[in-house]
Design a protein around this ligand. Sequence first.
Ligand SMILES: *Cc1c(COP(=O)(O)O)cnc(C)c1O
Length: 452
Amino acid sequence: MTLNAAPSWEFSSEQGRANYERALREYPAQAIVDLAALHDNMRHLVEVCGGAGSGTAVMGVVKADAYGHGLIPAALAALAGGATWLGTAQAREALRLRRAGIGPERCRILTWMYSGPTAPLDDLIANDIDVSVGSLDGIGAVESAARRTGRVARVHVKVDSGFGRNGFTEANFDDALAALASLAREGVVRVVGQWSHLAVADAPDVPEFVASTERQVEHFNAFTARMEAAGLPPEIRHLANTAATLDRPEIHFELTRPGIGLYGYEPDPAMGTPSKYRLRPAMTLQAQLGTVKDVSAAHGISYGRTYLTEEATSTAIVPVGYADGIHRSASGFDVEGARHMDKPGGPVRVMTADGPRLMRVSGRVCMDQFVLDLHGSAARMGVREGDTVVLFGPGRGEAACEPTADDWARAADTISYEIFTCLRNRIPRLYLHARDVLDGEDLGLLDPAALL
Ligand SMILES: *Cc1c(COP(=O)(O)O)cnc(C)c1O
């Protein structure tokens, strides 16, 4: 009999249960993604923007394989929840969405990360995908592709309102407007949008950052005025990421671009917990324990002996490591009186005969595994090889001892975004509640073996 620290998953059918059991045989860890959570998070974000017909549309940002949640399933759940746009950084992902069968009658897609001379702009334009332009070279590349394909390229003009990354600066904007105005007159491009990105919208309590966001908004509006004066008024202006979607309704404009909120997290734990924003984390990462054994006191654990057991104890192997995207910086150090500082490792929910307990990565995270010090006798706790443990999930309240991706982010000195996007695809992604959220045609776009 094994103990299970994960919820008892609600399978939609016997096939769903069989898929789950097969996934466990294929790999000793699984990322379970609740499509109902993605759907509900998007529906909430759409409501925050005033709902359908408010004049503000919502883009589900699904870049980087939907922040590691799986591009196509997450995109379909976002659309079912009311998104009418999808956004990807890389062109390849925008093309994958269209090729999967998400056509232009269903939603607009915007993509923004490319290198002008080598980008697949012909394919993007032919597939009715909107592209960002933020450099004169980019305009030139889009122009050539539009002429080659004989179709009008739909462009969104990226302006650098203060982020200091992509987009036209105030200084080179006149040249950009002149080039775009002439191409628009000729019917080679259509200037659909104007957009920019915020640098510190996730820190509403820091006056300096609030002021800097306000300056970004002023600059953004000044760019709009210049576009209007050049005869290129943007049809759709967009600036808000998740933080501004939740906190700054005055800059929702015609479109918002939430990413992390769709996956159920707030952008920065300083803003509060997901539940404060009525968001629900969609992903649970679970694993099945490898070797469980007893070790003596003062036993070194893992590479570098950065952790010594304080007393006789049991340890358990969690069979995922940095080759799975578990951050090595989430290692746990504890060496009494030694050169290493104590540093708590990433948290793991372990089920014992007496209920759930939070254990931590002990010693260095390795390539394919890490070790937990169970701080007691595994036999007494009832912990055995094969038990299912949870690295992170929705949280389920303090008493449940369930860590979230924010807890891993703290342990690894990073942000939740990096925790999900680093998870490698050798960890199977399995989907809950697909049938509750998607209609039959959309269900047909998903890998049936991944549905629980
Ligand atoms: C990633 C990204 C977003 C979404 O940001 P979140 O903080 O995840 O909401 C929006 N716009 C651009 C340009 C992005 O790169």
